[in-house]
Design a protein around this ligand. Structure first.
Ligand code: DAH
Length: 347
């Protein structure tokens, strides 16, 4: 078979292969096999040295022609297959903008966190610092420094989870008072702090008791602090929380770490004081305990009670949330049931 016929056959066979394939990789394989350095065309061109001087340019020109033709056919096929691949990809990635969107459920801050942050904001606005205390405390700070020596009967008021003889889960946020007082540098001015956090009691859980709940401790120490400062401060806070029209009432009470001690009531935010089921028909709702810091507590923290005085208070965000939202079981706050929590989605 002469070279021209060989080339002619090669052309026909290659064009058929090109037309039959649907794979880009296959087209590239054909190119390498046919036009590459080890392919038949290169072979033919290499064999030309044996041809006569007359035939050589003819065969050479023909071989070049075939090479160009096949190169073009291969390029064309590649363009076509690339286009097909692109169209397939586009079709696959089409987004139907008329389909309904997926519902993404958005979380929110826990209702108790919301209430605590609201109270924190009120006090930060009055120049208080926010102090974080320890959930694991020593007996010393939780009790002794709060004027509750080991044999003090008022220790029974707070059933305690002991971790060892000296370590316990704090039963109230009051130990933060002692820790803050002993650290405070009074040459730099008054001490004004609140401390929100978890507290723990060995209670049997029921609708109004949980072995874990929250408190916010408040403490102000300076020269010349009086009961009037305490009342004014609590009035500001309670009006922010329950509305401008609220009245505040102090009743004598007892806490070992304050003298005198008071229980603080706010006029009922539901009935305005006329009497309803929220205030148990008394017109008043008991909200917190407070008092003037006991001289013993000041002294134990290295503060001279003849120079300095102060007030303290402790309130329960859980109780405030229950009152405000009519939640009748404290355990709901700790069950992590999204259906319950979702009702308090803040902004
Ligand atoms: N620590 C008290 C309790 O858990 C609450 C309390 C009452 C805190 C009066 C105070 C206070 O700072 O002055 O029952």
């Amino acid at each position: 078979m002469d070279l021209q016929t060989q080339l002619e056959d090669l052309k026909t066979a290659t064009l058929e292969k090109i037309s039959a394939t649907k794979e880009l990789a296959e087209v590239e394989k054909i190119r390498v096999e046919t036009l590459g350095k080890k392919g038949p065309i290169t072979e033919v061109l290499r064999g030309m040295k044996d041809l006569s001087a007359e035939e050589r340019p003819k065969v050479g020109a023909f071989a070049n022609q075939i090479r160009d033709l096949l190169t073009e056919a291969i390029e064309e096929k590649k363009t076509v297959l690339n286009q097909v691949a692109l169209e397939a990809a586009l079709a696959k990635e089409t987004i139907d903008v008329t389909l309904p969107g997926k519902q993404i459920s958005q979380g929110s801050r826990h209702v108790l966190t919301q209430i605590m942050e609201e109270i924190e904001d009120t006090f930060v606005g009055m120049g208080y610092q926010i102090i974080e205390g320890n959930e694991v405390e020593t007996d010393h700070y939780n009790f002794e420094r709060m004027n509750l020596p080991k044999d003090h009967p008022a220790r029974d008021m707070q059933d305690t989870f002991y971790l060892s003889d000296d370590l316990l889960l704090r039963t109230h946020t009051s130990p933060v008072q002692a820790r803050t007082m002993e650290d405070h540098d009074f040459s730099k001015g008054a001490l004004r702090m609140i401390s929100p956090g978890k507290v723990f009691r060995r209670d049997t859980d029921d609708a109004t008791h949980s072995h874990q709940f929250h408190q916010i401790e408040g403490l102000v120490i300076d020269k010349g602090i009086t009961m009037a400062d305490l009342k004014g401060t609590l009035e500001t806070m309670l009006k922010t929380l329950f509305g401008e029209d609220r009245n505040v009432r102090l009743r004598p009470s007892y806490f070992p770490f304050t003298e005198p001690s008071v229980e603080v009531d706010v006029s009922c935010f539901k009935c305005g004081g006329k009497g309803c089921n929220v205030c148990k028909y008394t017109g008043w709702i008991e909200i917190l305990g407070a008092g003037m810091v006991h001289p013993n507590v000041l002294e134990m923290s290295g503060i001279d009670p003849t120079i300095y005085s102060g007030f303290a208070f402790g309130l329960g965000p859980d109780r405030i949330a229950m009152l405000r939202y009519g939640v009748n079981d404290i355990r709901n706050f700790y069950l992590n049931d999204v259906r319950f929590l979702e009702q308090f989605k803040g902004e």
